[in-house]
Design a protein around this ligand. Structure first.
Ligand code: PMV
Length: 317
């Protein structure tokens, strides 16, 4: 028996980093996915196979995840441990993870992997509700990134377009916008946790400025939600570009990112970093009128692709 689940990656339209300090973020899931396939094996082990590497440990050693050398694998072992314990099975499991999402560049690959692995492993026993999947996926991600806001796993599970904040969690944005974005990858791989730590240091040294930036971000997000409801791309794009200026001020842009942003802004409605920054990707808002020009210009200088909002979220076969 095989249990297969897939979950989409995401882009953050507004509010990355500020979301950690209580500000609302706006994000959507994308049409690139992680697919996880789980099956029982006779050995009492958990084996994980992915394009980034392979790792296996005995079921008895699952309590000691600190020993897992490839840190990015720890959340998957955590998920396996929790589900195996709950179902007190004698068998082991093998989990294969396939990805269409570039890793480590702010497109939500690790959260999508946690969501897909949770649903796939659990599918060997019974089906968890989406809320339960999200809960375990966030818990798993926090084994390597404690400050994780939970935004990525939520959008990957429920799909679509939503706002997220620490107090009210996931709130679907009711309009069904058919937005298109060009994603352009700086190919500078970032470590979200390190960039989040740098922002915390910035905040501690510049409390007043950071508070002002939080207020401005709140204003941008409120206006963005209204623009989404009105499907006003001009306004939405300029709010994205304004949001990028705030991200620059907190120090998460890079020279390469700024080159991409300037190029994108020549033809797109607006552009900004998506995700933690310190490298990673930018997103540029486009529609039929400017997709081709923006895409052609960006792909001359970096790896770029077009993406749309995915409204399906977690899929389980
Ligand atoms: O991991 P990334 O690059 O998608 O960034 C996530 C967004 C942050 O706000 C920086 C962190 C978080 O947990 O919300």
């Amino acid at each position: 028996m095989k249990s297969i689940a897939s979950a989409p990656g995401k882009i953050i339209l507004f509010g990355e980093h500020f979301v950690i300090y209580g500000i609302k973020a706006v994000l959507c899931s994308t049409d690139k996915r992680i697919i996880a396939t789980s099956q029982f094996v006779d050995e009492r082990i958990v084996r994980i196979r992915s394009s980034l590497g392979e790792s296996e440990i005995g079921i008895e050693s699952l309590d000691n995840l600190e020993n897992v050398q490839q840190k990015f694998m720890r959340p998957f072992f955590h998920i396996a441990k929790k589900i195996l314990m709950e179902n007190s099975t004698k068998q082991g499991i093998e989990i294969a993870i396939e990805s269409e999402i570039p890793a480590g560049v702010g497109l939500g690959s690790s959260s999508a992997a946690c969501v897909a692995v949770t649903a796939s492993v659990n599918g060997l026993f019974h089906k968890l509700s989406e809320k339960e999947v999200v809960k375990l996926a966030i818990e798993a991600e926090r084994t390597i990134f404690e400050q994780n806001s939970g935004a990525d796993s939520s959008i990957s599970t429920f799909g679509g377009l939503a706002s997220y904040d620490l107090k009210d969690g996931f709130q679907r944005i009711p309009s069904r916008n058919d937005l298109s974005f060009i994603i352009s990858n700086s190919s500078q791989v970032h470590n979200t946790q390190d960039v989040v730590r740098q922002v915390r240091q910035f905040k501690e040294k510049n409390e007043d400025l950071f508070n002002r930036l939080c207020k401005e971000e709140m204003d941008i997000v409120d206006n963005a939600i209204t623009s989404l409801k009105e499907n006003d791309l001009n306004k939405l794009g300029s709010l994205m570009s304004r949001n990028h200026e705030l991200l620059k001020q907190i120090g998460v842009s890079t020279e390469k990112i700024d080159v991409l942003i300037n190029e994108a802004k020549k033809t797109a409605y607006g552009a900004k970093i998506t995700g933690a920054g310190g490298g990673g990707c930018i997103i540029a808002l486009v529609d039929n009128s400017n997709t081709k020009n923006t895409f052609d210009n960006l792909r001359k200088i970096s790896d770029s692709f077009i993406t749309k909002i995915d409204y399906n979220g977690l899929q389980h076969t």
